[in-house]
Design a protein around this ligand. Structure first.
Ligand SMILES: NC(=O)c1ccc[n+]([C@@H]2O[C@H](COP(=O)([O-])OP(=O)(O)OC[C@H]3O[C@@H](n4cnc5c(N)ncnc54)[C@H](OP(=O)(O)O)[C@@H]3O)[C@@H](O)[C@H]2O)c1
Length: 173
């Protein structure tokens, strides 16, 4: 598929019982995405660092009968990420979609994850890659993985997807 071509549409039904997992649904775009999907009746799993915030949202979203579960996930701690994916599999949960939305952007100083990686890369990229890895080959054909990214890197001199062998950025939003 050409890099700029959108993926072919796949029929997705809110009647599927498999949940949609959303990371970082406690605020911003993730919260709005969760609201929109709940309105359409998609069962949701809110993967939240802030479980209390996730529960508050889940209570509001499940008012119309939509199933909304909350599970703890700290993407900046790979042991938490591994636990999250393994726990889903142990419970027999195979998502119909995973929305990799959670992200941070740090400007002021070098911050590190629990595993000592730079925090932005650890949270936005590495955490999601480790989360997806055990789940991807269990998901059925037609399942979706959606990642949100940023164009910020374009402003960084010398950092360009065209300079990477293969020439494609990991995500673009
Ligand atoms: N808003 C924009 O203009 C814009 C533009 C380009 C790209 N994006 C991308 O879109 C996505 C969402 O952006 P947003 O503006 O909606 O962000 P936001 O309002 O700041 O929300 C970020 C979410 O990520 C969660 N999060 C942060 N660190 C986490 C961690 N270690 N583990 C688990 N969850 C964590 C936060 O949870 P807590 O509640 O625990 O903090 C929060 O729910 C991001 O990937 C961002 O890069 C946004």
């Amino acid at each position: 598929m050409a890099p700029d071509q959108p993926p072919a549409p796949v029929e997705q039904h809110a009647t599927d019982t498999a949940p949609v997992v959303i990371t970082g649904a406690t605020s911003g775009l993730g919260r709005e995405t969760a609201r929109a999907l709940a309105k359409q009746g998609f069962p949701l799993i809110l993967a939240a660092r802030n479980v209390a915030g996730g529960r508050e949202l889940a209570d509001a979203l499940s008012a119309n009968g939509t199933s909304v579960d909350v599970r703890h996930l700290d993407l900046a701690d790979l042991s938490s990420v591994k636990f999250f994916s393994q726990d889903l599999l142990a419970d027999g949960v195979i998502p119909q979609a995973i929305i990799c939305n959670a992200g941070v952007q740090t400007f002021d100083r070098m911050r590190r994850s629990a595993d000592r990686f730079e925090l932005t890369m650890a949270t936005n990229v590495m955490g999601h890659v480790v989360l997806l890895e055990p789940l991807l080959n269990r998901m059925t054909p037609g399942s979706r993985v959606i990642t949100l990214g940023s164009e910020t890197h374009r402003g960084v001199s010398g950092l360009s997807a065209s300079r990477v062998p293969g020439g494609r950025a990991w995500t673009s939003s």
